[in-house]
Design a protein around this ligand. Structure first.
Ligand code: PMP
Length: 362
């Protein structure tokens, strides 16, 4: 019986205990093979089964429709910032970017190095505390694609619904909220997400891509930078990150056992509501960074009345065994990242701490 930390890390984040326990149980002897899955050839049948189960679980849990491929890449979401324009932003076209935080800015900057990118909408004013309304977005019907960041890890804002991109391929960075709720994949041409928040450990990036897009992609790229390479060889053109993909499979089995994306959303709403309700009932002692209509279910960002109290709160939280509550320096204050695998009980414990701290210091 291990004592698990209350892990509010922004990413890599918490993993489900059952997934870790299974990995532990199988570490020295996977499937009676006398080896760890890490020691298996990626061309062997044992790893192959894991690989295909992981892909099948992504498809099942996100209800990925026919006509889409699920790919496993390396290089993190950050490499996707470059691969998306390399593959899909040809000369003579431009791509729109909705700016909802630093990760959107990074994606936009990479696109600008490779082609013509424009800002389709921006929430920068007010330090990214909101998500632009659909009617603020400039749609250029001739543009190559429109890029959004579904959840803004640093600021704690999240798209509550997705825009109809009017025929322009919609591309989303879902690194920090993928599989936290059901989504309509058919609205998107391409979705990418680093696994290390909601899907598993770091080391693998999941890409969901519409097949017809692959045909339009720039074919004149280095092999490893073409989505087509991964689609053609079932993400096994070269050695995939086998252990990371194995952990994704274990985590997705846990998600499935919990009831899938619908159950995740229900639980994530309960977890987030618990903390936001405390913020809202605190008479301004706790101040949320995100505008209420843009609040993230994944990253709860808040300030205290002054930096001294913030320091004191974070110190007490640390003493009490809470991990990862420091806000990002661009927002300050506190951030509780409550990804899929963070238990309700951890949120309850944090809520109790917040209430007790206000009582004493408010
Ligand atoms: N996009 C978002 C929304 C993120 O939160 C992060 C990481 N925190 C990234 C992209 C960058 O991901 P990676 O470290 O996998 O490159």
């Amino acid at each position: 019986n291990v004592t698990r930390a209350h892990n509010f890390n922004a990413g890599p984040g918490a993993l489900p205990l059952t997934a870790l326990e299974q990995a532990q149980a199988e570490l020295l002897n996977f499937n009676g093979t006398g080896m760890s899955i890490m020691e298996h050839s990626h061309r062997g049948k044992d790893y192959d089964a894991v690989h295909n189960q992981a892909i099948a679980l992504v498809k099942e849990l996100l209800s990925v429709p026919e006509g889409y491929e699920v790919l496993f890449l390396q290089g993190g979401a950050s490499l996707q910032f470059a691969m998306v324009p390399m593959n899909f932003l040809p000369a003579g076209k431009q791509a729109g970017y909705v700016m909802t935080g630093v990760w959107s800015e990074k994606a936009y900057e990479e696109a600008g190095k490779l082609g013509k990118a424009f800002i389709a909408a921006s929430a920068k004013e007010g330090n990214y505390c909101r998500i632009p309304a659909f009617d603020e977005i400039t749609y250029d019907a001739a543009s190559a694609y429109l890029h959004i960041t579904s959840n803004n890890t640093i600021y704690g804002t999240e798209w509550q619904a997705f825009p109809d991109s009017k025929g322009v391929p919609l591309i989303a960075d879902m690194s920090s909220d993928i599989l936290s709720r059901p989504i309509d994949v058919s609205k998107f041409a391409l979705i990418y997400a680093g696994a290390q928040k909601n899907l598993g450990p770091s080391g693998v990036t999941v890409v969901i891509i519409r097949r017809d897009l692959l045909e339009q992609a720039n074919q004149n790229l280095p092999t490893m930078l073409k989505y087509g390479t991964y689609a053609k060889d079932n993400s096994m053109y070269n050695t995939p990150p086998t252990f990371s993909i194995y952990m994704v499979k274990l985590m997705l089995e846990w998600v499935k056992a919990q009831g899938g994306a619908v159950a995740m959303e229900k639980r994530n709403r309960q977890k987030a509501a618990l903390l936001y309700d405390i913020i809202d009932a605190s008479n301004g002692f706790y101040q949320g960074h995100a505008r209420p209509d843009a609040r993230s279910l994944m990253n709860v960002t808040f300030r205290l009345p002054n930096q001294e109290l913030e320091k004191k709160f974070l110190e007490q939280a640390k003493q009490a065994g809470f991990v990862g509550l420091n806000g990002h320096r661009l927002v300050g204050g506190c951030r509780a990242s409550i990804y899929n695998a963070v238990p309700y009980e951890s949120c309850q414990a944090l809520g109790d701490l917040m209430l007790a701290f206000q009582k004493k210091n408010g």
